[in-house]
Design a protein around this ligand. Sequence first.
Ligand SMILES: NC(=O)c1ccc[n+]([C@@H]2O[C@H](COP(=O)([O-])OP(=O)(O)OC[C@H]3O[C@@H](n4cnc5c(N)ncnc54)[C@H](O)[C@@H]3O)[C@@H](O)[C@H]2O)c1
Length: 360
Amino acid sequence: MIDVSDLIGRHIKPDDLEAWCRSAMIKNGLSESDARIAADIFTSADTRGIHSHGTRQIRQLMNNIKDGRINPHAKPEIFIDLPAAAIIDGNNAMPTTNAAEGMRIAIEKAKTQGIGFTGVRNSSHIGALSYYPIMAAKAGMIGFAMTNTDPWMTVPGGKGPIMGTNPIAYAVPNGNKEPIFLDIATSSIAVTKILSMKAVGKKLPEKWLVDENGIPTDDPSGYPEKGALLPMSMHKGYGLALLVEILVSALSGAASLSSINCWLNDTPKFANEGHAFMAINVEALAGNKEFQERLDKITNEILSAPKAKGGKIMMPGDIEHEKRMKAYAEGLDLPDYVLVNLRGLAQDINEEDEFNSMFF
Ligand SMILES: NC(=O)c1ccc[n+]([C@@H]2O[C@H](COP(=O)([O-])OP(=O)(O)OC[C@H]3O[C@@H](n4cnc5c(N)ncnc54)[C@H](O)[C@@H]3O)[C@@H](O)[C@H]2O)c1
């Protein structure tokens, strides 16, 4: 294990982290434009406190380039192009480029058609999903993003892993305020959170897992070799995960369920994950002013509702906006499991000193 104890509790400016990640990815063979998009996506996740899907993912994606399952020279291509919808082939290019391009096309189509949808196939891991619908919200549109992943989650009545944790995110433009956004996996909890509790020998506070017999358990000690995650709220999460699976694979032609090759395992095969993006043009359908008035009415009624003792009502996305502001004001305080991956990436390109020198 790489020792990062000297960096724990120190800070790094988000812009420095982003610039260094961009340069590290270029040194691993990515083009300037692909590296710029990926560095922005992964650093944004860290600034929003979504460290499980931030810059820690870059090293493994660079290993995927080395073993041939991401092609750093490939570009996504449109192969079905309708006025309001498209399917694109990611061609196993850098997955963050595929996803940003999918969302960009959906936004462009919504500008003239009122709504735009893009399905993506032949792609891989795209990090925290909120980045993509926030692109739509910045363009004044309501955005959605979905992806499938290799199976980690069981379904009601099952026992082993059957489906991915298939996350869904949406974002809503909110006038001069930050967009409202929700970004969640459809499983009970993220895999990384279970593994970090297992690493320190803790029991889970809730039954997020089933054991090898399909019985709900609070003991993560046998996971992930045995058992599987439960869906979020059982049949509700299962039903939503299934919708994601259908939109991103049956519709776009990406792999589904057990046919997806895990981007983290030792088999150098293309992952062939699928994604879906949607944009709805607020100005065209409601008028920006009218929409904002109606949205304010909704959010004000919720935020001013009676509170539980000691309770605070927030909009989805508020927690992440606060963390992002703090990250830009004070610098990022990265957790050890992120630092380990980043320092490993620095060692891979002989830049440990440059990397360490950014922390204060
Ligand atoms: N790319 C992939 O393969 C993949 C797979 C699974 C998960 N993920 C990512 O993992 C991340 C974490 O997912 P998760 O399921 O652990 O998320 P989570 O359970 O931490 O929920 C986060 C969301 O809930 C909102 N929220 C939290 N508390 C709230 C409150 N009190 N009131 C209103 N809103 C509140 C947040 O603003 C945020 O939108 C996401 O970014 C997701 O995209 C990615």
